[in-house]
Design a protein around this ligand. Structure first.
Ligand code: SAH
Ligand code: SF4
Ligand code: F3S
Length: 482
């Protein structure tokens, strides 16, 4: 979006500027020299591959990192056997970490035969001191390690690591800084994530995110609106507003503004046809937001409202700051204001101290609310969080058995919810040509359900009316109507 900066006009023999983002453009220009040398030696552009783990924030960060790499002159590749490989990591559950350690072993073997290869790591996992110690001890082949707070400095860090041998490590504990206007390479032309805030202040007792993403910081509304206006001018029709708790957006700005008010302003932007957001914390979901959703033409009929547990006792232990009754009354208000709203959620099974009764309350909530879809997770102990220190961790076999029961119930209800749409005609944003069957395209309803229909590439990015002919559990087969 800020790609207008002409790297050729930057004098790389002068001192680096101290202000941002000018400083990063200076280092991009320097890295580009390195790329030019590479091209002269090898007769091709260097290939860069970014692998993203974790949530939509990480996905958006990766688009920014790729934007910088492309600006420098790297060629984007999906293949990890590349000249530059970057893992953007997640640490929300243990298995997210395990994947990274496993893949690093594979990269090491590949690098032994391709010694010029550069390997970099960033993201949430890098904010954990034990991870850095382990990397220094046992993974000396890694070239660059940085964290979540200094990702805007990527060009500068890359330049350092291209110029020297050994591991470059730069991890910050926290930051209050937001750097705007760096390049970004979007994965889709017609839709985009937009960060509206960073970090989290909620400290749910099981969760590592506040420790690795730092304190909550909201972007200024002007910056967000300008970014979305530019995206719209560039052909984007759907935006997904991103934050760990979008409902507390704007509270800490010098000139406070509510999330609902931000949505009202985004609604006015011409060219934007759909607005989504993630994630809503139930404790901060306001009447004002429900009202804005009710009156909006553009906000999708979908709300992701993480429940985590159906037991008020466990919710208290989780430090979620709402109870079962409060959550249910919120659902009632939402359904009354927006009758066709689809609700989805996150649920954790096996939080320390969870009894069979607590679990049955979760099962009961799933039935009562009737979620269109739910992500279910087995509790994962994260070192440093209050829940990890609890004595009453639940045995694995008990958790697994509960998890299976919950999954079955979630799927049963979701299929029932979906089947109610069968026969309806709904607006669908076409997103891609179907991978398995190239005569089909795949799109999404406002409620976020997926539908496959006969179509062609030209339909991508367009909103069309689709008759939902057949329900396949959690997706549909349909047909475009005039
Ligand atoms: N900010 C969002 C959630 C971000 S993490 C919110 O508050 O809703 C995404 C999901 O991962 C969480 O909703 C939770 O269900 C799950 N999660 C977080 N920490 C976890 C842990 N230690 N074990 C298992 N699941 C976890
Ligand atoms: Fe984690 Fe809770 Fe913050 Fe969500 S709100 S990121 S679950 S601490
Ligand atoms: Fe994972 Fe970090 Fe997102 S821990 S879930 S990538 S904020």
């Amino acid at each position: 979006m800020y790609n207008e900066v002409d790297l050729d006009k930057i004098d790389i023999n002068s001192d680096p500027p101290s202000e941002e983002p000018a400083r990063q453009y200076y280092y991009m220009a320097k890295c580009r020299n390195w790329v030019q040398d590479f091209i002269e030696q090898k007769g091709r552009r260097p290939a860069a591959c970014i692998q993203t783990f974790g949530c939509q924030m990480n996905a958006r960060d990766s688009e920014k990192l790729m934007g910088i790499l492309e600006n420098i002159g790297f060629e984007q590749s999906d293949n990890e056997e590349a000249d530059f490989v970057l893992y953007n990591t997640c640490t929300v559950r243990e298995n997210a970490n395990n994947k990274v350690w496993g893949r690093l072993g594979y990269l090491n073997a590949y690098k032994k035969c391709h010694p010029h290869m550069k390997i970099a790591l960033c993201g949430c996992m890098m904010q954990e001191p034990e991870v850095i110690e382990k990397l220094q001890r046992s993974y000396p082949f890694v070239n660059l390690v940085f964290g979540t707070h200094n990702i805007y400095k990527f060009a500068e860090l890359l330049e350092t690591s291209l110029m020297q041998k050994g591991m470059v490590i730069d991890i910050w504990k926290d930051t209050d800084k937001i750097v705007e206007d760096l390049p970004v390479e979007r994965k889709y032309n017609f839709k985009s994530g937009v960060n509206i805030m960073f970090g989290c202040n909620n400290f749910c007792s099981y969760c590592i995110v506040p420790y690795v993403r730092g304190r909550e910081r909201s972007r200024k509304p002007e910056d967000i609106l300008l970014e979305i206006e530019k995206l719209a001018a560039d052909g984007v029709v759907e935006v997904m507003l991103l934050g760990q708790n979008v409902n507390s957006y704007g509270k800490n700005l010098k000139e406070p503004i509510t999330f609902a008010e931000l949505l009202r302003r985004i609604e006015k932007i011409e060219g934007i046809k759909r607005i989504r957001f993630m994630t809503s914390h139930p404790k901060d979901l306001s009447e004002e937001l429900i009202e804005v959703m009710r009156n909006s033409e553009k906000i999708c009929r979908h709300l992701h409202l993480p429940l985590q547990s159906g037991s008020s006792r466990i919710l208290k232990e989780m430090n979620r700051q709402y109870g079962k009754e409060q959550y249910l009354s919120l659902v009632e208000k939402l359904r009354k204001a927006v009758p066709d709203i689809a609700l989805t959620t996150d649920i954790i099974v096996g939080f320390p101290g969870e009894t069979e009764e607590d679990f049955l309350e979760t099962m009961d909530m799933v039935k009562q609310v009737g979620y269109e879809s739910a992500f279910t997770f087995i509790y994962s102990k994260r070192t440093g969080t209050p829940a990890a220190a609890k004595g009453d961790q639940i045995p694995e076999d008990v958790v697994k058995e509960r998890f299976q029961r919950l999954l079955k119930e979630v799927q049963r209800i979701a299929a029932k919810k979906a089947s109610a749409y069968t026969g309806k005609t709904e607006p669908v944003l076409v997103e891609e040509v179907n991978e398995q069957d190239k005569t089909l395209v795949t799109g999404r309803l406002s409620s976020n359900f997926v539908v496959h229909l006969p179509g062609t590439e030209e339909m991508i990015g367009k909103i069309i009316h689709v008759k939902l002919k057949e329900c396949k559990g959690f997706y549909f087969y349909g047909e475009a109507v005039e």
